[in-house]
Design a protein around this ligand. Structure first.
Ligand code: TXA
Ligand code: MG
Length: 349
């Protein structure tokens, strides 16, 4: 398959290309497109064959359900049943935007799209290109992140190209995404609203609207043997090809420890990398020292994290260390992704 590329911005949408992309989706083909969180790999959410193609293109296990992207709130009624009031409360507060809600599904949504579950994940993205594409498709695009399974989610179209060229009909290049981490997922089907995946919409933000919300046990305790309610959360996502460990503790101790480990690894012939911040980047000696952003603006770290992990792969780093970003707000999402990338390896000093 030859993949077509269309370049546009949110301010200058190429309407012809969007129309072509809509046609591809209606015929059961696949289109990668930008959203405000990460790039998505889109197919017709109501067509079981499209969902099967998404799993095949990603190399993803088919028990891992897809998110259905909508562009009109009222379309919810077509794909979901027993919609609670909290759904509309949260939609009002955070949509269009980086939040996904889980509801009971209607018969219109095929089991292939929901990985066999009786529930459906719904998201109304704010990116204008995504919005135009969903409208052109007819309203329901199933889209996981547009990476091959196990790779970090793509934050620029170039990463979609690396993972999906020749596997999808079209890739829409809409530049760099705004947020850089996938949407927050909140389950509304099972008692108290429960965060299944932390993201840009933080626990604190949800609680301002709803009062108390629960957090899935496996997020708070990543070593827990319970099965996460979002099936995708059980996989070791975002893993760089080399070995990554997180080092937690006082700043100077962390730097001294990492430097000594790096020196030993380099003597053993390894190529080394460090994830740090603007505040600490001058403290480290390694082959690739990467500042993910500044601690005074944690969103900058969220924005760069997947990009840095991909760069380590491009530079063939084999042994890597990261500072820890333990904390509240967006830090919960950053640590959730970083812990997965590190296969939960944390050294506490
Ligand atoms: O920001 C995002 O959400 C991006 C962009 C493209 O919208 N999409 C994304 O999709 O991150 P994906 O497929 O990489 O992650 C979807 C997550 C998985 O962990 C999956 O298990 C969970 O959502 N999920 C989907 N449907 C679910 C359901 N019915 N119940 C529980 N978890 C569900
Ligand atoms: Mg993903």
């Amino acid at each position: 398959m030859i993949t077509e590329y269309a370049v546009m911005t949110e301010d200058h949408i190429d309407e012809d290309a969007i129309r072509r992309a809509g046609e591809i989706l209606k015929k059961g083909g696949l289109v990668a497109f930008p959203t405000e969180t990460v790039y998505g790999l889109g197919g017709d959410a109501l067509n079981p064959e499209s969902s099967k193609k998404i799993y095949a293109a990603k190399g993803r296990p088919s028990d891992n359900p897809l998110i259905v992207h909508i562009c009109r709130l009222e379309d919810t009624e077509k794909i979901a049943r027993e919609i609670p009031d909290v759904y509309y409360k949260l939609a009002e507060a955070f949509w269009p935007g980086p939040m996904t809600m889980i509801l009971n599904k209607s018969d219109l949504v095929p089991n292939e799209t929901t990985g066999g579950l009786g529930t459906v994940a719904i998201r109304f993205p704010s990116n204008k290109i995504a919005h135009a594409l969903i409208e052109a498709e007819g309203g329901f695009i199933a889209a996981p992140s547009a990476n091959r399974s196990g790779r970090p989610s793509p934050t620029v179209a170039q990463y979609c190209r690396e993972d999906l060229d020749g596997r999808v009909e079209m890739i829409i290049d809409g530049g760099q995404v705004g947020i850089g981490l996938e949407s927050s997922i909140i389950d509304l089907t099972d008692g108290a609203p429960t965060i299944l995946r932390p993201g840009y919409i933080t626990k604190e933000m949800f609680e301002k609207v709803l009062g108390h919300v629960e957090v899935d046990h496996t997020i708070i305790d990543p070593k827990s043997h319970q099965v996460p309610k979002a099936p995708g959360m059980k996989y070791r996502h975002y893993a760089p090809k080399g070995d990554l460990k997180i080092v937690e503790g006082p700043r100077d101790k962390v730097a001294a420890y990492i430097n000594s480990q790096v020196a030993a690894a380099e003597t053993a012939g390894e190529k080394t990398g460090v994830i740090c911040t603007e505040e600490t980047k001058n403290l480290y000696h390694a082959d690739c020292v990467k500042s993910a952003g500044t601690r005074t603006d944690e969103e900058s770290i969220a924005h760069e994290l997947f990009h840095v992990l991909r760069e380590f792969d491009d530079e063939n780093c084999t042994v890597m260390f990261s500072e820890s970003f333990e904390g509240t707000g967006i830090c919960m999402a950053i640590m959730n992704r970083l812990m997965k990338a590190a296969g939960q390896q944390v050294i506490r000093l």
